[in-house]
Design a protein around this ligand. Structure first.
Ligand SMILES: Cc1ncc(COP(=O)(O)O)c(C=O)c1O
Length: 442
């Protein structure tokens, strides 16, 4: 039965929209009412090519039958099971499937409902892990400038995006930050990983010297920083971070909420860069963005540190009502099957060179000061309008939407991350339309 809903509600006031210019939006709403594969349908009946996989999450494209049917079936069979002290088979099955595609050495899955919750979980695990091993002084957490780790207190504390932090008080104590790796003077218009900046990992040594390794629990970084406007790891940088953390007994957490599930052409960034962290935070592509679900993936060493004391005792006092929710788990299994059956991670790797060339064809257009890419991620950085940062890129976003493509902007950076099913012709449409937009920008 069709739902009795108007495509555009009369009153938009009640819904306080997240990360949105509410007043601007409500004056001229951009309303999506349907989606299929690479396209959204708008409330005024237009097709919009999805250049962002929703919010970096619909890696298999939209309304994929296998995922839709799995959700429908699961909702009718077992809608919910208590997450604590009870289990259901679907969550266990999904965990095994995740480990099948995870890097060798990653063996356990702790479920959450979002990227933000995965980050909070991983940070708590890091501190509790050291405590469980008798190193209770290791409580400091190290993030990175311009890092994005969701919006909860731990995540914004280790995160490094000023607008996400400055409104919210003093945040977590005992947090420090490494410098970001955005070096436009040296690396502008790099294709793939930039040449310069691996030495910035050595800043971690400086922080270790400042605080003492024995006080530091973990370092968290995105293998590729996405939400800040796509900042890539310079060649050798992640390897150095791994070596330094290992040397000092500090855990390394990769926040793979964006890089997980095929975005770089491998299941995870850890495999793409061949660097094994101690934990990985995931969400988004785990269920193709269709049902909220996240997961923290850990090594056996992390997990086993907690498996002590009497058998009847709860080992970790942490978890969510919806951890491993049956419907989300069913969506996750169907999503992983879709990725595998259609070889979507390999597809992303195969089409990445075409994506790279198309993207860099925008070089030389008005206001373009840098272009960056890796896997199926691309960013076009624009020169800001003097005194009005963010305005030029936001205008590009609005004009692009009018012309039938969905892009994302952060500051004056345009970021794109299409579903992994994108065709060469659709890449041409996306980049060609963006070129037209850039030529008309103020
Ligand atoms: C690297 C990273 N971590 C965490 C998050 C937060 O995820 P969520 O919005 O699901 O809480 C995001 C979201 O974009 C992200 O990119």
């Amino acid at each position: 039965m069709a739902l009795d809903r108007k495509p555009t509600p009369n009153d938009l006031n009640a819904f306080w929209m997240p990360f949105t210019a509410n007043r601007q939006f409500k004056k001229a709403p951009r309303m999506l009412v349907a989606a299929k594969d690479m396209h959204y349908t708008t409330s005024d009946g237009r097709q919009v090519l999805d250049g962002t996989a929703g919010l970096w999450c619909c890696n298999a494209g939209h309304c994929r039958p296998k995922i839709t049917e799995a959700i429908q079936r699961q909702a009718a069979e077992l809608d919910y099971a208590p997450a604590f002290q009870m289990g259901h088979p679907v969550a266990f099955e999904l965990a095994n499937r995740i480990i099948d595609v995870a890097p060798k050495g990653i063996e356990h899955v702790f479920y959450t409902n979002s990227g933000s919750e995965s980050v909070e979980t991983a940070l708590k695990l890091a501190i509790a892990y050291h405590r469980a091993r008798g190193e209770g002084a290791r409580t400091r957490l190290i993030g990175r400038e311009r890092g994005y780790h969701g919006v909860n207190f731990g995540g914004i504390s280790v995160g490094g995006i000023v607008t996400n932090r400055k409104m919210f008080g003093t945040l977590l104590a005992g947090v420090d930050h490494m410098p970001h790796t955005h070096l436009p003077a040296l690396n502008a218009f790099s294709k793939g990983q930039p040449e310069h900046g691996a030495n910035l990992a050595d800043e971690l040594e400086r922080i270790v010297t400042l605080h003492g390794a024995e006080t530091i629990a973990a370092v968290i970084v995105e293998p590729v920083a996405g939400s800040t406007g796509v900042i890539l790891p310079p060649k050798g940088y992640l390897e150095r971070l791994r070596a330094i953390t290992k040397k000092h007994g500090i855990l390394l957490i990769f926040d793979e909420v964006i890089t997980g599930f095929g975005r770089l052409g491998s299941a995870f960034g850890a495999q793409h860069f061949d660097v094994l962290p101690d934990m990985m935070t995931t969400a988004k592509g785990l269920t193709n963005g269709v049902i909220p679900m996240g997961a923290v993936l850990t090594t056996a060493d992390i997990h086993n540190a907690f498996m002590q004391g009497p058998d009847h005792m709860i080992e970790l006092f942490h978890g969510y009502t919806y951890s491993g929710n049956p419907i989300a788990s069913a969506a996750g299994i169907a999503t992983l099957e879709t990725y595998r059956e259609e070889a979507l991670f390999e597809r992303a790797a195969d089409i990445a060179p075409y994506w790279e060339e198309a993207l860099h064809s925008l070089r030389g257009l008005p206001h373009v000061v840098d272009i960056r890419n890796i896997g199926l991620i691309g960013a076009v950085e624009l020169e800001s309008i003097p005194g009005e940062p963010t305005k030029r890129a936001f205008e590009a976003f609005l004009r692009a939407y009018d012309k039938g493509i969905l892009i994302r902007t952060t500051g004056d950076i345009i970021a794109m991350s299409p579903p992994l099913i994108i065709s060469k012709a659709e890449i041409d449409t996306l980049i060609g339309t963006l070129a037209d937009v850039l030529k008309t920008l103020p």
